[in-house]
Design a protein around this ligand. Structure first.
Ligand code: ATP
Length: 565
């Protein structure tokens, strides 16, 4: 999703399209005409002028009169507010029930999802008019109750939509990033998932409004709308239908307003959909931990991974991986693409993809058995003591929020400091990671900054809560060469300054030589060699390491600080 998917961006696109302008214009006209009817309507909607019954449009009666000589235009205007309020009530109920339940189903998955999805399917299969007739039979012509019931029925489509869109967003990298920053599920759902599913929900709302108007008109037509003689669009059509053989015109004004309004809502939905069609495709995703197994941990180590095994259904992707990181040291995790580096990192962070399970081994961090920690405690650790810098900076920033707000959020939540203090720290951090105009970047949205700057922002955010372990997953891959060197320098400086342990996931031995103290080489999910960088560079013992070294450094100039060779 890009910035244009933010509400302001949408609105501009919608208003900019002919379809959007026409439909919004018509809806505005109907809303103003209806709600200001007591002042704007030319006649009293109940006033009868029998001498002029069935009058055609004229200077006195602009849309003609009905069978009792009442002004049709005034009745349409007064009836409009009843119809629109009824449709609005149904929409409100549908959204209030459907969106939270749908988000819950999409976010939690599993049994919760299965149960809520089945309920939604059952409700969607119910015949709406029959249910509403039953409601009217029980409660009488209580319009508010009938529209509330309609809202409950319409909520099923919101459950389905919110579920599907939340499920899609749940695995977005910026949602993972929020999780890594230690934010709780509710906060992530409200702050990071909801704004990103607003567009499809808005489109669905326009469709729900048009359905509600039609269903309501249908009820009015059956004589089950508001009590006569109060005007409503449905009763206007029912009256017209009674006398259609005598005067066909009667049907035209009310029918036209109803049809145009329904079309306008549908067309507004189309304009919104067109406006969202430009949104960039989402960048997928990953992870989450499940199983555990008690194992060894060395009290001198910041992190101990012992005999780690990770499986996805039908597939073992990590096996017997044992490694450790000491405080203040940089461990490079190297290997070809698919060798299991990222999955090892995600196992430590507790962020394996759905279906991924740790089936053997153990992970201890600073004395805590991570596999035995409840989700909440692990989330709290992730935000504060362990941090993560992702490979793709842009997709790890939520396009809906400014950089500042995304920097402040973990600080406020994890360190429980005030927003003003968080702002001060965030600005200082932005300056620390080499951003020249911290104030401007702070106010910018992600699309307004470069990839290199975005990576600096993510580094600043990762170190903001002073973690003792930082996992950086190919932090320079998405950047161009000059920026890569600067970002590596920055990481090295921060690491020394704060004595952080770092796991640097990379496939680049140039990067390893530049920054790492020790290196662990992975192949096909297993560790083939591990040791101090100097030793591995000088005499790799495994042929795979030698091959990687040769292919990685072949034809390259050493980077400016190839310390360990
Ligand atoms: N969600 C998943 N379900 C099943 N297998 C997966 C999943 N995610 C990753 N894998 C598999 O796990 C193996 C290790 O992947 P991983 O991403 O850890 O490799 P990597 O060494 O980090 O590679 P890269 O440098 O390309 O990111 C790969 O074979 C990959 O196909």
């Amino acid at each position: 999703m890009n910035t244009e998917s933010r509400p302001r961006g949408y609105l501009r696109r919608v208003i900019g399209s002919l379809r959007g302008t026409l439909s919004l214009g018509w809806i505005a006209l109907v809303v103003i005409g209806s709600f200001l009817a007591p002042w704007l309507a030319p006649h009293d909607p109940l006033e009868q002028d029998i001498d002029h019954a069935y009058a055609m449009p004229s200077g006195t009666y602009w849309a003609g009169t009905d069978s009792l000589g009442r002004d049709i235009l005034s009745r349409i205007m007064h009836g409009g507010s009843v119809s629109l309020l009824g449709a609005g009530e149904a929409l409100l109920v549908a959204v209030a029930i459907g969106v939270p339940l749908g988000m819950l189903a999409g976010y939690r998955g599993g049994v919760v999802d299965a149960v809520l999805s089945r309920i939604a399917e059952v409700v969607m299969s119910l015949p709406v008019i029959v249910i509403l007739l039953a409601v009217v039979a029980v409660y009488g012509r209580a319009f508010t109750i009938t529209m509330g019931a309609l809202g409950v029925i319409l909520s099923a489509s919101f459950i389905r939509l919110a579920r599907a869109t939340t499920e899609g967003k749940r695995n977005e990298l910026y949602v993972d990033a929020a999780r890594v920053s230690g934010l709780g599920h509710l906060r992530i759902a409200v702050r990071h998932v909801l704004p990103n599913i607003t567009a499809p929900l808005l489109i669905q709302s326009t469709l729900a409004l048009s359905s509600a108007l039609l269903i309501q008109a249908g009820l009015g037509f059956l004589g089950l709308g508001p009590e006569p003689p109060a005007p409503s669009w449905g009763s206007g059509i029912a009256d017209a239908a009674k006398y259609v053989n005598r005067d066909g015109w009667l049907m035209v004004p009310t029918g036209a307003v109803l049809i145009l309004t329904v079309l306008a809502f549908n067309s507004l939905g189309d304009a919104l959909r067109d406006a969202t069609a430009h949104a960039a495709p989402s960048v997928e995703r990953r992870r989450r931990v499940t199983s555990s197994g008690g194992t060894r941990s060395d009290p001198g180590h910041l992190l101990d991974v012992d005999g780690l095994r990770v499986e996805y259904p039908g597939r073992r992707i990590i096996d017997e991986v044992t490694l450790h990181v000491e405080a203040g040291e940089v461990l490079a995790l190297v290997g070809e693409s698919g060798s299991g580096k990222t999955q090892t990192a995600f196992s430590i962070l507790g962020l394996l993809a759905p279906g991924g399970r740790i089936t053997a081994g153990g992970i201890h961090f600073d004395g805590s058995d991570l596999l035995a920690l409840p989700d909440k405690k692990l989330a709290a650790l992730r935000g504060t003591r362990m941090a993560y810098i992702p490979q793709e900076p842009m997709s790890n920033l939520d396009p809906c929020f400014t950089i500042g707000s995304q920097m402040i959020e973990p600080l406020v939540v994890n360190l429980r400091i005030g927003r003003a203090e968080a702002r001060r720290r965030a600005l200082a951090l932005l300056a620390r990671v080499g951003i020249n105009e911290p104030e401007r970047v702070f106010r910018s949205y992600p699309h307004e900054i470069s990839g290199g700057m975005a990576q600096r922002v993510l580094i600043a955010r990762a170190v903001s809560c002073e973690p003792s372990l930082l996992i950086a997953d190919e932090p320079t891959t998405a950047l161009d060469v000059t920026v890569q060197a600067e970002v590596l320098d920055l990481l090295r400086d921060l690491q020394r300054e704060r004595r952080m342990g770092i796991i640097l996931v990379t496939h680049d031995f140039g990067v390893v030589a530049d920054i790492a103290d020790r290196v662990a080489v992975m192949r096909n999910g297993r560790l083939v060699e591990e040791g101090p960088v100097g030793e591995i560079f000088a005499s790799p013992s495994h042929p795979y390491t030698k091959m990687l070294l040769d292919s990685s450094l072949e034809g390259r100039e050493p980077r400016k600080e190839l310390r360990h060779v």
